[in-house]
Design a protein around this ligand. Structure first.
Ligand SMILES: [Zn+2]
Length: 290
């Protein structure tokens, strides 16, 4: 459940991808610095962070709960698995229903033996331009867990690829597409592609705001402008997907507040309405996560 206020829809309070990325920078576990930044967000009206950290990213539900307590932020936590290269070997040996049961347990009983219950499934992911067999298994299990519990599904697309195939997959499973959000669609740089997704009825995330090495923010703004012009303002969320120590202000990065302090003004200057901005930050996530 969300608290009344702004929502960052795709973040990782703590995440460790260093086993594959081979740099300690991708082991984000700076408790005090993160609490400081979440407090700063709170002062700017942010009340919710959707934490999409799943198994294989060294998720740590108790750590996240402590950050929530220390910062006042409402943080929703998640269950599931990520894209292929981060999947554990047992994805192959366990059945789809066994994998679903693991997620259902996280949702109904608590994550990793804690009292914290998962409020969402994902980010479950596909690789660049493909859905591997193991990823398909995770997606199948996620649909079962969703149908059993009703919690929504959030996805990872690698650089925005395979969003349409993800939607086709969920359609083939008779999923209610308004219970699915497709992640990282801003990285396509292709607004027609994103509009096609929106026309199917899914939610989408512009969740890598500020990552200009992947996509200039002006491209994000131009895409959002078109989306507003076409009238698809009800199903878009915003976030930054901060995953590295060097993204934090204390480490010289842009920090979580960049979205509100820089990207929101950039949207306004370029003609995106206050109304649409409010919807992306508040009403749309409220609809999805209530
Ligand atoms: Zn992702």
């Amino acid at each position: 459940m969300l608290v009344d206020g702004y929502t960052y829809a795709h973040e990782h309070t703590t995440i460790d991808l260093s086993s594959l990325k081979k740099t300690e920078d991708t082991n984000l576990n700076l408790f005090d610095e993160t609490v400081e930044e979440y407090k700063k967000l709170y002062d700017k009206g942010v009340r919710n962070v959707i934490d999409v950290t799943v198994r294989g990213m060294k998720r740590n539900p108790d750590y996240v709960r402590q950050v929530a307590e220390a910062s006042g932020m409402n943080i929703l936590q998640s269950t599931g698995w990520y894209q292929d290269k981060f999947l554990p070997d047992y994805i192959e040996t366990k059945s789809v229903s066994e994998l679903a049961d693991m997620m259902i347990k996280d949702i109904k009983e608590g994550l990793d033996g804690t009292e914290v219950k998962a409020s969402l499934i994902g980010e479950i992911g596909t690789s660049k331009n493909e859905m591997t067999g193991r990823e398909r298994k995770v997606f199948e299990a996620a649909v079962l867990a969703h149908k059993e519990t009703g919690v929504p599904i959030t996805t990872h697309t690698t650089l925005g690829t395979f969003g349409k195939e993800q939607v086709a997959f969920f359609k083939s499973k008779d999923m209610d597409l308004s219970r699915v959000v497709i992640g990282h669609v801003d990285l396509t740089g292709d607004v027609d592609y994103v509009l096609d997704l929106l026309k199917e009825g899914v939610f989408v995330e512009f969740d890598t705001v500020g990552k200009e090495n992947y996509m200039p923010d002006m491209t994000r703004v131009e895409m959002l402008k078109r989306i507003e012009k076409e009238g698809y303002t009800d199903k878009v969320f915003l976030s930054m997907d901060i995953t590295r120590r060097s993204h934090l202000e204390a480490k010289g990065g842009m920090g979580y507040a960049y979205l509100l302090d820089s990207f929101v003004p950039l949207m306004k200057e370029n003609g995106i309405s206050d109304r649409f901005i409010e919807k992306m930050l508040k009403e749309n996530p409220n609809t999805f996560y209530s």
